[in-house]
Design a protein around this ligand. Structure first.
Ligand SMILES: Cc1cc2nc3c(=O)[nH]c(=O)nc-3n(C[C@H](O)[C@H](O)[C@H](O)COP(=O)(O)OP(=O)(O)OC[C@H]3O[C@@H](n4cnc5c(N)ncnc54)[C@H](O)[C@@H]3O)c2cc1C
Length: 488
């Protein structure tokens, strides 16, 4: 039976209106935040409980129907791109905060809970959920788990993986299993660690136990204007090498500043070639001491203006420019590609110079907004789709940026994931044997290859959709040869 054939059976078992097959409604789920990839799913389901998710997935497993999990659909790598012959499992109706356990600093939530809502709920008691993607007003905790999302403050607090201690998972066979719990670091293989960041390819998270972080006693935010990105980069290096760990240290270049000003009037220093936003938090005396250090380092590196947020309103305005930067770029360019790559922090200046050159060679402009503290770049490649050939040149520049990140010793993605978009780059970063080994993990969870197929890996290997037999000249896979794995 195919996905469409399953729909009536599912409709009998899910709440009214939870199974969608109407073509107009289906079309609204055709893409995630990466809107230039579109696939209309065969069926959309909107379950309300873990048991309903398990029922859907079990039916898919029984009939070999692919399924794709979707949270809020803000992903920027096409991770939640539907399968044309599959079921899209939308978790947005699973929005309950099941428990807030203050004594253990844990919260247990359904996957559709919105990131910022969890912090808003726990803040009055002095806690919050630390991972803070810029999309946090809308993205779901389940999506954060699947993407191992980061954010401006992950420099100090770490990515989502450091904040998840337990998961309830519907496996691709439709079984409900528990991984981890409230206690940290359970014995045995770290299956929880394998699932966090697996982009929906190892199952559907139906409940998440997260670590709550104490709100800091003091927060100080500084905005520094520099003549250029080189001098701002020098300030970043000085801060980090002095052993100061800011909660966040973000950089925007002139083009990104121009866009943010046009969109949200954030009042960044006029004429700046780059701005840095540095936020320090922690015990009051420590923050006060480090703040003076950071100010001095910015001045030494060439900052011509330094502004300090006097209160929460001013702090919010400083952050508004940064957090709205992706969308703001729409003010200065009809179309743009959001790229996401990582380089070692020490190569920041070189990377920015080369990005400008490679964009110039292709006749496109790039605005840079990034988490400077951990070298996570977000070059925004600007183009006009109405100009013949410009989209292709922008795409080429975007790919060349990824090649540059690899060449400089970095990675093809910092936080937006591989999804559909970057699967093609995986072989540039990993060898065949690396990819085969990763595929073995996937096969252990999903031998039938029905969970979010076509994502992360450029071509399925060893199990899944179309297993590729190694050629005679390649011989057996090293793991198979060593008796450590079987070919499915
Ligand atoms: C303006 C903007 C700014 C952004 N800024 C950041 C940023 O600063 N940092 C960052 O990391 N990301 C950022 N993102 C990307 C995105 O918001 C994050 O990846 C986010 O965590 C995705 O959550 P979502 O609920 O929208 O997931 P979706 O887009 O719905 O899904 C993302 C992936 O997770 C899987 N998935 C979703 N829910 C589940 C589940 N319950 N179980 C298993 N798999 C699941 C999907 O199959 C898909 O592969 C940004 C996006 C936008 C549009």
């Amino acid at each position: 039976m195919d996905a469409r054939g399953l729909a009536p059976w599912l409709a009998d078992r899910l709440p009214a209106g939870a199974v969608i097959i109407d073509p107009v409604q289906l079309a609204t789920y055709a893409c995630d935040g990466l809107a230039h990839y579109k696939v209309v799913p065969a069926v959309v389901v909107l379950p309300e409980t873990a048991e309903q998710v398990a029922t859907v997935v079990r039916a898919c497993a029984e009939h070999g129907v692919p399924f794709v999990a979707r949270g809020a659909g803000t992903g920027l790598s096409g991770g939640a791109l539907p399968h044309a012959d599959g079921v899209l499992v939308v978790l947005s109706r699973m929005r309950d905060v099941v428990e807030v356990d203050r004594a253990n600093q844990r919260a247990v939530v359904q996957p559709g809970v919105v990131n910022l809502q969890l912090s808003a709920l726990t803040r009055p008691d002095g806690y919050y959920f630390a991972p803070d993607p810029s999309s946090q007003q809308v993205c779901s905790v389940g999506g954060n788990v699947a993407e191992n999302s980061g954010g401006a403050h992950c420099l100090k607090y770490g990515f989502t993986t450091g904040h998840v201690t337990g998961l309830q998972l519907v496996t691709p066979a439709g079984e409900l299993v528990e991984l981890g719990g409230k206690a940290p670091d359970l014995p045995g293989y770290d299956l929880l660690g394998a699932v966090v960041g697996s982009e929906g390819t190892l199952g559907v998270a139906t409940r998440v136990t997260v670590r709550l972080t104490r709100t800091p006693e003091a927060v100080e935010t500084l905005l520094a204007g520099f003549p250029d990105t080189d001098s701002a980069g020098r300030a970043v290096s000085a801060v980090i090498s002095a052993g100061v760990v800011p909660a966040a240290i973000e950089m925007m270049d002139a083009l990104a500043i121009e866009a943010a000003e046009a969109a949200v009037h954030c009042g960044y220093p006029a004429g700046a070639g780059a701005v840095l936003i540095v936020e320090l938090d922690g015990p009051r005396p420590e923050v006060a001491h480090q703040f003076e250090q950071v100010k001095g380092m910015c001045e030494d590196a060439g900052a011509f203006e330094i502004r300090v947020a006097a209160d929460d309103t001013e702090r919010a305005l400083i952050w508004k420019g940064r957090k709205s930067a992706f969308a703001a770029v729409g003010r200065i360019s009809p179309d743009y590609i959001v790229q996401d790559g990582v380089i070692p922090r020490t190569r920041l200046a070189e990377a920015l110079t080369r990005i400008e050159a490679l964009a110039g060679e292709r006749g496109v402009r790039v605005a840079n907004v990034f988490h400077a503290g951990d070298g996570n770049l977000h070059p925004l490649v600007l183009f006009d789709d109405a100009v013949p050939g410009e989209a292709e040149r922008a795409e080429e520049a975007s790919g060349a940026i990824i090649d540059l990140c690899i060449e400089l010793g970095g990675s093809i993605t910092g936080e937006h994931g591989v999804g559909s978009d970057k699967a093609k780059y995986m072989p540039r970063m990993f060898g065949e044997d690396d990819l085969d080994t990763m595929q073995l993990v996937r096969c252990a969870f999903d031998p039938a290859g029905i969970a979010n197929p076509g994502k992360i890996f450029p071509t399925p290997r060893l199990c899944g959709e179309v297993p590729r037999r190694r050629t005679a000249s390649e011989g057996a896979h090293p793991l198979v040869e060593a008796g450590l794995a079987d070919q499915f």
